[in-house]
Design a protein around this ligand. Sequence first.
Ligand SMILES: [Zn+2]
Length: 281
Amino acid sequence: MPRIVDAHTHPPVPAFLRDSGGAYVEAARAHFRIPLVPASMADMVRHYEGLGIGHAVLLGWDAERNTGLPPVPNDVVAQAVQEHGGFFTGFAGIDPLRGKALDELERCARLGLRGVKLHPSAQGFALDDPRCARFWRRCEDLGMLLLVHTGTTGLGAGAPGGLGMELALSRPLALDAIAARHPSLQLIAAHAGWPWHEELLAIALHKPNVHLDISGWLPRYLPKVVWDHANGPLRTKVLFGSDYPFVQPERILDGLKDVLKPEALDAVLGGNATRLLGLPA
Ligand SMILES: [Zn+2]
């Protein structure tokens, strides 16, 4: 049994849940009726080790241009990576349309972060905006992975106007052109893209550099066609992820045994992420 890797986690610290999340996280808290009590990074690692999860991808956040709320500094992510001896792979939060985005990308690569996390609805940009092309090219050159929020979001859910978040910006279809133009850039589409999961499945079948994570959903809520692909032609491209602290990883781990065949389970739980992230075996 390979190490279990949670490929999608957010720092549970106040800098994310309170400062960066503001009213958006408040809406998610009410909508999903989850407590979302801030915790320390050490608390998170203890929780994960208790579950037998051996590694996690930790994501930064910068939606300041669109929300007016401060980013989680990428140094917070880099510090967690350093302090917890190999437990985390860090992904930077960068807004590709911000001035200095390329400088920050290069700085984060030097800090040892391995990729970038984007949330087009929260960050307020279109994936096919031509102004982003240089950013994709630089990620490809630096070997930085790109994890992109796709599909609906809990942030702003149920609040007036969804607090201005536009879901169409997170439609996975736009990733296809990025994958076509940057064949060495490794893309991970988060949350299986629901309700556009079928277009994401088609892209992942067609583009070797497009992967998907199943975070943010209890397995029984994702459509059967997602699991048919995870058990079949996309067995090497589907990654376990939780979206912690919004969803507790144990709730997803419990449900996965009901939807995945034993031969797909090891790959999804950790084998695929180990290979994609280049973790020591
Ligand atoms: Zn997330």
